[in-house]
Design a protein around this ligand. Structure first.
Ligand SMILES: CCCCCCCCCCCCCCC(=O)SCCNC(=O)CCNC(=O)[C@H](O)C(C)(C)COP(=O)(O)OP(=O)(O)OC[C@H]1O[C@@H](n2cnc3c(N)ncnc32)[C@H](O)[C@@H]1OP(=O)(O)O
Ligand SMILES: CCCCCCCC/C=C\CCCCCCCC(=O)OC[C@@H](O)COP(=O)(O)O
Length: 274
């Protein structure tokens, strides 16, 4: 009898799920985000044995990139890349981009250059299969709570970039930011570029506001523009030039971000006929 009641309750709940999904925006949002994380976890499980053949190697980022590129289609997100010609050919550089949400992974995987690894918070290492896949991909982990250690990891990265022909991707805001603008930039990425004497390539990911908002629990289909800006050289610059370089890059990125936000903002619906 108990089994029958339990089974009936489960069947009723399952039947109600599509209704709830249809009627509740919040429920839809949590389902979509849950699926996003779960799917990435599953993809990481696929990536691990493929990447393990090489061991920890930046070439594995090609496998991770390849496995991730279809995810945008699952969510109806159209990615438009502009300025890809600005990526310097055949040389290391530091990519800096704005960081709004974990959805940035989709934009990143759309344009991630070959032999390019992100710098990530070390907490990512402990995300089960995702952490293992990231480690195998050669992702550089830093402990944000230990500035001194983070700086020495980045100094080591400057050396690796040159000795192993590696590009590095940094989110200079240092954390996700949903404010609709950009946080002040931390200087690590720019010290890295100056130490290695390589260009900085700024990338702006347009605002998600018109199709995704964590606060409003809204996640629909939409368009995202990824704009690669002209690289800034650092040859001849020293540590004293880092603050000005940081501000120059942030100003250029903020200008591009605001222009994209204005361009992509949905126009108000026409007034209803009187
Ligand atoms: C198939 C599917 C599998 C799934 C795979 C999924 C893969 C996806 C992976 C994507 C990962 C994306 C993850 C994104 C993140 O984790 S973002 C968070 C981590 N990133 C950052 O924090 C980067 C930016 N941070 C910095 O650059 C910071 O500066 C940092 C080095 C971390 C230090 O920060 P903090 O402690 O806050 O100190 P300050 O920034 O205030 O710096 C203190 C002074 O030190 C100077 N400084 C900084 N860096 C250096 C350096 N390298 N060399 C010398 N000096 C440095 C800095 O200028 C400050 O001094 P002044 O105030 O300027 O005098
Ligand atoms: C055994 C433990 C199992 C744990 C399982 C966890 C499952 C998680 C599964 C998938 C996670 C997919 C998202 C991957 C990475 C997203 C990168 C990202 O956006 O990191 C945030 C970081 O930039 C800044 O962090 P904060 O904004 O400072 O916070």
């Amino acid at each position: 009898m108990e089994v029958t009641v339990g089974t009936a309750a489960l069947a009723l709940a399952l039947l109600l799920l599509p209704v709830l999904y249809e009627r509740s925006g919040s429920f839809r949002f949590f389902c979509k985000m849950g699926f996003y994380n779960g799917w990435i976890l599953l993809l990481a499980l696929v990536a691990i044995p493929l990447c393990a053949l090489r061991g920890r190697d930046v070439e594995n980022m090609k496998i991770i990139r390849g496995l991730m590129q279809h995810v945008k289609h699952l969510y109806g997100i159209r990615m438009v890349v502009r300025g890809a010609q600005h990526f310097p050919p055949r040389q290391p550089y530091v990519v800096v981009s704005n960081h709004q949400s974990s959805l940035d992974l989709l934009g990143m995987m759309e344009v991630l250059p070959d032999r390019c690894v992100p710098i990530a918070k070390r907490e990512l290492l402990y995300m089960g299969a995702v952490g293992v896949a990231c480690w195998l991909g050669g992702i550089i982990f830093i402990d944000r709570k230990r500035t001194h250690d983070a700086i020495s990891v980045m100094a080591e990265a400057a050396h690796t970039m040159l000795s192993q022909d590696v590009r590095v991707w940094v989110f200079p805001e240092g954390t996700r930011n949903h404010s609709g603008s950009m946080l002040p930039f931390k200087r690590g990425a720019f010290h890295l570029a100056v130490q290695a004497q390589v260009p900085v390539v700024p990338i702006v990911i347009s605002s998600y506001q018109h199709f995704y908002s964590k606060r409003e629990r809204r996640f629909t289909a939409g368009q995202c523009v990824i704009q690669v800006l002209p690289p800034l050289p650092t040859r001849g610059l020293g540590p004293a030039d880092v603050p000005a370089l940081t501000e120059r890059v942030r100003a250029a990125m903020l200008e591009a971000f605001e222009a994209l936000s204005a361009e992509l903002r949905p126009t108000a619906p026409p007034p209803a006929p009187q």
